[in-house]
Design a protein. Sequence first.
Length: 216
Amino acid sequence: MSAALPIAPRALYEEVAELLRQRIFRRELEPGSWIDELKLAEEYGISRTPLREALKVLAAEGLVTMKVRRGAYVTEVSDKDLSDVYHLLSLLESDAAAVVAERADPGQLAELEGLHAELEAAARPGQVDRDQFFAVNERFHMKLLALADNRWRDQMVADLRKVMKLNRHNSLLKSGRIEESLAEHRALMAALKARDAQRAARQMRLHFDNGLEAAA
């Protein structure tokens, strides 16, 4: 029997990739900024090899751009990039919404209703918890995708949403957008509960159309 292959190096660069991913999402590493490999390797107490492997992972996700003889940079999202990402997310998630409307059982719809209730709570007039709304909103979308049960779509959406997070002007930051987004979620939930696949898909497309307009 051949000896088992070591897994520690892979686990290390994946861990480093996740640390860097979160720093990018928190804007500790700003879009367009150069990534100082030597400084990061010293900070994490690792060699540059796992760090470079981690950067390759992030480059494959679109979060990092590798420039010849210049190193790695946090990706800057252009208006066209943002439009393209929203367009694809609209196609993929509207299809998922139609599937859920047709196939979800009452218990699964109740899970979505529970998340929607959390959205309502986070957006109470005069008590809006923006960070909580952001977090629950993403959980709602991920749960809907999980219920639609297509792992290939899930992977594409996960990668596209990572790029969407690079946008400096998140759509939910626009004044009044949280209230609009909540109304769109209400309409989507009504379509899902009515088992109206076409209306559910249409509401999801509208949700992304409005989100892009607010993010631009």
